[in-house]
Design a protein around this ligand. Structure first.
Ligand code: AMP
Length: 144
């Protein structure tokens, strides 16, 4: 139990980057956010945008950090489009089943040249009769 507590408090690799303990190719920094080149880019210019505050998942950010983060995502997307061409993906993974490896919120901004670079195919499902209404009700009840 105690061990689990200390594990939670450990700095992620991205926090170590923000603190300057691990080197990075910094693209941008402001009071609440930080952006740097991904070390294993899909394409040259693949950039990660993170909140300085160590939070694992996007929905766990407070309003101010979320707003600052989205502003920086847009700022970097503009620079990526200007530098490498108008096509790019913005990808944010949350949790193991969503392919998140580093447990610190991050948005990938990935310049794209060709469809073969990333496989974004996904399987789809269908709503049963009446199910969509229940799903909608549940989602709306949880909107804050
Ligand atoms: P994800 O699968 O969404 O958690 O992606 C984590 C990303 O972090 C991967 O694209 C890694 O290449 C990237 N990454 C991991 N360590 C570093 C590092 N030290 N500097 C830059 N990017 C990193």
């Amino acid at each position: 139990m105690l061990l689990a507590y200390f594990r939670e408090m450990e700095d992620t690799i991205f926090t170590k980057i923000v603190k300057g303990e691990i080197p990075c190719a910094k693209v941008y920094e402001d009071e609440k956010t930080f952006a740097f080149l991904d070390i294993s880019p899909v394409n040259k210019g693949h950039t990660l945008v993170i909140p300085k505050k160590q939070v694992e998942k996007f929905h766990e950010l407070d309003d101010e950090d979320a707003e600052a983060l989205m502003r920086t995502v847009q700022k970097v997307a503009q620079a990526v489009a200007e530098s490498f061409g108008p096509d790019y993906n913005i990808i944010n993974n949350n949790g193991a089943s969503a392919d998140q490896i580093v447990p610190h919120v991050h948005f990938h901004i990935i310049p794209r040249k060709d469809k073969s670079e990333i496989n974004l195919e996904w399987s789809t499902t269908k709503y049963e009769e009446g199910e969509q209404d229940k799903v909608l009700e549940k989602l709306k009840a949880n909107l804050s």
